[in-house]
Design a protein around this ligand. Structure first.
Ligand code: TMP
Length: 217
């Protein structure tokens, strides 16, 4: 499998976590930090980031699509991702940029593999296609108990999309899936999401600084 590091250009960072783990807040804070440090980056979200992928995202998250099969769901996530890799990630790599992506294929392993209980080998192979063989260099897993995440959603009274509507058991399986991934992948760093936003951010910056320095040296 090809890795971005092999191209000696670009650096690919992903943020992962269950719904309402605080992952998107941390992605945004991290991008602010990069801007302040004048590090050239692009920020993407998966599914999304391109015109076609954003259309696919709408289909995926639409609450009225109750009849969607798990295999269709898997393939749509991969289709959205393949478009983003071709259209956004490869050009950014060519320009030697740092890429920050809110979710990537670990989400598919966690949600469709562990959450939907699809065969993990098939999900792995599908991930290879959707990512065009690219693997993140560094992944932050914002880890939070699903119960706590649900309390957050209730507190802000947010509407649930199709995936979020699946309930606590589903989120428990996803969290467990993420922890399994982290146990096997050195690039994945678990960050405790149950602490103050600034503390989580600081932990992320510390890990990034140590890892990224090693990469550019
Ligand atoms: P977001 O709200 O964090 O942008 O993610 C959209 C939803 O899609 C979220 O519930 C997680 C889910 N998802 C999957 O089920 N599989 C995937 O491969 C990805 C990228 C997201």
């Amino acid at each position: 499998m090809s890795n971005l590091k092999d191209h000696k250009s670009g650096y690919f960072i992903t943020f992962e976590g269950i719904d309402y783990s605080g992952k998107s807040v941390q992605t945004n804070l991290f991008c602010q930090y990069l801007m302040e440090k004048k590090i050239d980056y692009i920020s993407l979200r998966d599914p999304g980031a391109t015109r076609i992928s954003e259309q696919i995202r709408k289909i995926l998250l639409d609450n009225s699509h109750t009849e969607m099969s798990d295999w269709t769901e898997l393939l749509l996530y991969e289709a959205a991702r393949a478009q983003m890799v071709e259209q956004s990630i490869l050009p950014a790599l060519a320009e030697n940029k740092l890429i920050v992506c809110d979710r990537f294929f670990d989400s598919t392993t966690a949600y469709q593999g562990y959450g939907r209980k699809l065969d993990l080998n098939i999900v792995h192979n599908a991930n290879q296609i959707g990512s065009c063989g690219y693997t993140p260099d560094l992944t932050f897993l914002i880890d939070l108990e699903p119960k706590t995440a649900l309390q957050r959603r209730t507190r802000i009274n947010a509407d649930a999309d199709r995936l979020e509507s699946e309930g606590l058991e589903f989120q428990n399986r996803i969290r467990n899936g993420y922890l399994q991934i982290a146990a096997h992948e050195k690039r994945v760093h678990i960050v405790n999401g149950n602490q103050a936003v600034e503390n989580i951010h600081k932990e992320i910056i510390d890990i990034f600084s140590a890892t990224y320095q090693g990469f550019v040296d």
